[in-house]
Write a protein that binds this ligand. Structure first.
Ligand code: ADP
Ligand code: ZN
Length: 524
């Protein structure tokens, strides 16, 4: 049935076609499951080697292997790579030249095609489905399977229709693959594909070559330049929360002679393609992007991923930092976050028109992300715990492991902040609150008579940065709400009252010490 490659044992095919002496990690178990005709769900981090899990069975079992993928660019890459090793692979998608599509169809009908990549829309179009269901199919692979989950941030409605595959291809084993690790998405995939009895193979999502650092945003541009200075001549991705910001940051980097390019969904197709070409070419480049720069980013030597704004969930964060170091070499990831970010993300979620049940899930994820930024424990352990994975020992390569964070009982300091906010009428932003605490004479303080309040100057003994840190942590904790066009701080009574009454202790991270240390280490 197959062309150049006769059916053969999986291990022989692995060696002969792909040149690998051994399976890696869970690949062998996945291949065994499919060879035995069982459905299978593979959860493996990016770079884990998912393709082998379906490519080897596709070549070992009689018939053509179907691979469903949402990413046309990636499909074409995979087809080219397979053809290079002598596998007769083809793709059907909307951007194909008519004569190429005709050749693929002819090969398919003649049973000469080993592997067919197909987009979900194309697969489910009546003509294609009918033609394919008359052929011998060896395996159906559903790549990027998390796209079927409405909870995920990459939901593709057309994936939902894949539930009907068993009707058209009875008895053909299905293998779903994803690099999304959270248990909810996993359950969703099994449910939506109607494969409750699938063998679930879940690799560890620990990426020991990724150094995770999370820092309060004190001076965004300088902090970014500190990271870039360690990565001159390399590829770096900088994620921003908005299109405008990507343009602004890229421009300011170019003014400093960094080879920076913006990337977001608002660019024209030509601009996007040009940016991708440069990124893929292997030359040094700093891509300043929104999350639109995502799936299908396969450059192996990205040496750093920097977040200038907080991602919306641990899942999104993990995927984005996962684009660093796919070649297994040491890579840097740095997340900068601030109280305003946290407040803004909560605000947007509240305002969102999403159904309530979905808002609750999104809110739980956001709060998990916030907790991750404020944790004083091992970041990697905390991140993996979000995916239900228990890393027995602290990782040793995150910022908190390398420089344990000083924490202190900040109950009194928290009370000072909360009282100050209350006394000045819950109408002012963090800068003014810190300035009142420090007892700084200002026009604003004089105009509102804040310099006559008892809270004026009660925090004189601590630097500005210290108070900004306490305020941010109280926002993260939910004791302070931020609202209005001026980011006015107000108390969230339910959380603030027990703190003000001394009924609840507040442990705080010592940001000031942290920031000083970061400034010191950036200079060495
Ligand atoms: P994923 O799709 O999970 O991101 P890929 O399938 O693209 O990962 O594989 C990632 C890299 O690992 C590729 O460069 C591939 O050649 C390599 N690889 C996969 N399986 C093996 C193996 N058994 N032995 C050695 N290298 C492998
Ligand atoms: Zn750690």
């Amino acid at each position: 049935m197959t062309g150049h490659v006769p059916p053969d044992s999986p291990r022989a095919i692995l060696a002969r076609v792909f040149g690998f002496p051994d399976f890696r990690g869970l690949q062998e178990q996945a291949v065994d499951a499919v060879m035995a005709g069982r459905d299978c769900l593979v959860l493996m981090p990016t770079g884990g080697g998912k393709s082998i899990c379906y490519q080897v069975p596709a070549l070992s079992r009689p018939g053509t292997g179907l691979v469903i993928s949402p990413l046309i660019a990636l499909m074409d890459d995979q087809v080219a790579a397979l053809r290079q090793v002598g596998v007769n692979a083809g793709a059907l998608h909307s951007e194909l030249e008519p004569e190429d599509a005709a050749r693929v169809r002819a090969d398919l009908a003649a049973g000469r095609l080993d592997i067919l990549y197909v987009s979900p829309e194309r697969l489910l179009s009546p003509g294609t489905l009918e033609r394919l269901s008359r052929l011998a199919i060896s395996v159906i692979a559903i790549d990027e399977a998390h796209c079927i989950s409405a909870w995920g941030h990459e939901f593709r409605p057309e994936y939902r229709a894949l539930a009907s595959l068993p009707e058209h291809f009875p008895g053909v084993p299905r293998i779903a693959l994803t690099a999304t690790a959270d248990p909810r998405t996993q359950a969703d995939i099994l449910d939506a594909l109607a494969m409750p009895d699938a063998t679930v193979l879940r690799a560890s999502f620990h990426r020991p070559n990724l150094d995770i650092a999370v820092r309060p945003k004190t001076a965004e541009t300088r902090q970014l330049l500190d990271v870039l200075d360690r990565h001159g001549g390399e590829a770096v991705i900088v994620y921003c929360g908005s299109r405008n910001k990507t343009e602004r940051v890229a421009r300011s980097l170019r003014e400093r002679d960094w080879p920076a390019l913006p990337f977001h969904a608002g660019l024209s197709p030509i601009e996007k393609r040009a940016a991708l070409l440069r990124f893929r070419s292997g030359e040094p480049v700093v891509i300043v992007a929104t999350i639109a720069f995502g799936m299908g980013i396969d450059r192996p030597d990205v040496r750093a991923v920097v977040h200038l704004d907080m991602p919306s969930s641990p899942e999104a964060y993990y995927q984005q930092i996962g684009r660093a170091g796919r070649d297994g070499e040491k890579s840097d990831t740095v997340l900068l976050y601030g109280g305003d970010d946290i407040a803004r993300a909560r605000h947007w979620l509240e305002q969102s028109s999403a159904p309530d049940i979905q808002k609750r899930v999104m809110s739980a994820r956001l709060e998990a992300m916030i907790a991750l930024t404020e944790t004083t424990g091992c970041r990697t352990q905390a991140l993996l715990a979000c995916f239900g994975e228990n890393l027995a020992e602290p990782c040793g390569h995150c910022d908190n492991c390398r420089n344990p964070v000083a924490s202190f009982d900040g109950t009194v300091e928290a009370q000072k902040v909360l009282s100050a906010i209350y006394r000045i009428g819950q109408k002012f932003g963090a800068v003014h609150v810190a300035s009142v605490l420090r007892g700084k004479d200002s026009e604003m303080a004089a105009r509102h008579s804040h310099d006559r309040l008892t809270v004026f100057g009660i925090g004189r003994d601590r630097p500005e940065l210290f108070w900004r840190g306490v305020i941010r942590q109280l926002i993260a904790r939910g004791a302070i709400r931020v609202s209005g066009e001026f980011n006015a701080l107000a108390l969230n009574q339910d959380v603030a009252r027990p703190i003000l009454r001394g009924e609840e202790r507040v442990m705080l991270r010592d940001d000031a010490a942290d920031a000083l240390r970061a400034a010191g280490s950036a200079r060495t």
